[in-house]
Design a protein around this ligand. Structure first.
Ligand code: GLA
Length: 413
């Protein structure tokens, strides 16, 4: 009897010994994406039409247009940069598209003060049909580190017989082993509900299928999701987001063909949802309207707020949506969103908007006890009132169709 107990104890001890190194290894690169990542990606505008010239010119424009200064630090290449695997199985770049090679391109991007991102896929092939990382995870991570890559978007095509709960941690471990801090952006389209299991794996996870530059309704093709379809899928997932692990409702379509008010609403709602802000337009050729949207620092600050709470949709009154986002230091972002096409006029009675964010932050608006001053973040500075408006009086608003009003509320001392 005693002997059996002894054997059991030994067996348990041995099991602990073999399991310990495994669990100690399971760590993503910490300290990245403490606020949602910001940058630019080739896909939404250029799809497979990418090359060295585009990357270099975009790097130049990100600096000269003030995007880097505003926080857009990652320049990310999406699908279709690949050549073949070499004799040892290492991935190479397409030398026709990138004659100087990706190390030189990466050096150029870094010389501008930007960070460099790349794309791969957990399956045998990428969505564009190029070599995926399946079976080459450690080699690929090592190659990205050699190219001094800072960001990996990891897609989910050609993965029929693969489990995401194995495939994504495998690449996380490979990135860790390669020794270079690389932000890990999971792109599995929300199929396995990564928000429930991936906080320890990636810095963000896609919650939906692909976005397109359509504001509402259905796209012409099955994979084209409108901004509104995506919004509805992402809005309920707020409790899963936080510093270092964000819900990703896909990249921005600002400047890609929607109207200015639709672009403004899309950008604002992504900021209210603490979404990664990855631009998807041609930034070497932008309109002034697009510039004013993506470079509005007060609005960006709502997204980048250090409290790191995804905002909530409190209610909808006669077609007007009321959104709140608690911010660091007692401020709140307050957004009125009109999804319909006709303008809506309403009077905002602050006393009806007292609530506590029970689900995530525990913070209360407390309009019955606290007076806030209001800053209208989309208003041109020339139009700003001499005397600031406060929540002491009801606010009369008119919100144009498919547009937003956005305010920052700051407690009056
Ligand atoms: C998938 C992703 C897109 C893009 C393409 C590239 O559809 O969801 O964001 O990366 O693949 O082929």
């Amino acid at each position: 009897m005693k002997k059996t107990t002894h054997h059991l104890a030994l067996l348990t001890f041995a099991a602990t010994l073999t399991l310990a190194p495994l669990s100690a290894k399971a760590q993503k690169w910490e300290g990245l994406a403490r606020t949602p990542q910001m940058g630019w990606n080739t896909w939404n505008k250029f799809a497979g039409r990418i090359n060295e010239k585009l990357i270099r010119e975009t790097a130049d424009a990100m600096v000269s247009e003030g995007l880097l200064d505003a926080g857009y630090i990652y320049l990310n290449m999406d699908d279709c940069w690949h050549g073949n695997r070499d004799a040892d199985g290492f991935i190479t770049e397409n030398r026709e598209k990138f004659p100087s090679g990706l190390k030189a391109v990466s050096d150029y991007v870094h010389s501008k003060g930007l960070k460099f991102g790349i794309y791969s896929d957990a399956g045998r092939k990428t969505c564009g049909g190029f070599p995926g990382s399946f079976g080459h995870e450690y080699q690929d991570a090592l190659q990205y580190a050699r190219w001094e890559v800072d960001y990996l978007k990891y897609d989910w095509c050609e993965t029929e017989d693969i489990n995401p709960r194995g495939a994504y941690p495998l690449m996380r471990d490979a990135l860790r082993a390669a020794g270079r801090p690389i932000l890990f952006s999971m792109c599995e389209w929300g199929q396995s509900k990564p928000w429930t299991w991936a906080a320890e794996v990636g810095h963000s996870w896609r919650t939906t299928g692909d976005i397109s530059a359509i504001f509402d309704g259905k796209g012409r093709r099955s994979w084209e999701n409108s901004v509104m379809t995506i919004l509805e899928q992402n809005v309920g997932l707020r409790k899963y987001a936080g510093p270092g692990h964000w819900n990703d409702p896909d990249m921005l379509e600002v400047g890609n063909g929607m109207t200015v008010n639709e672009d403004r609403a899309h950008f604002t709602l992504w900021c209210m949802m603490a979404a990664p802000l990855i631009l998807g337009n041609d930034i070497t050729n932008m309109t002034q309207e697009t510039r004013e949207i993506i470079l509005n620092r007060d609005v960006i600050a709502i997204d980048q707020d250090t409290l790191g709470v995804q905002g909530l949709r409190l209610k909808e009154v006669d077609g007007l949506q009321y959104w709140f986002k608690p911010l660091a230091g007692g401020d709140w972002a307050f957004c009125l969103f009109n999804r319909g096409e006709a303008p809506i006029s309403q009077t905002i009675d602050w006393q009806t908007l007292c609530f506590t964010d029970e689900e995530v932050s525990g913070l209360s608006t407390a309009f019955d006890r606290v007076t806030y001053s209001l800053s209208n973040l989309w208003e041109k500075p020339s139009k700003k009132k001499a005397r600031p408006i406060t929540t002491k009086k009801p606010l009369k608003v008119t919100v144009p169709g498919r547009d937003v009003l956005l305010y920052r509320l700051t407690p009056v001392k």
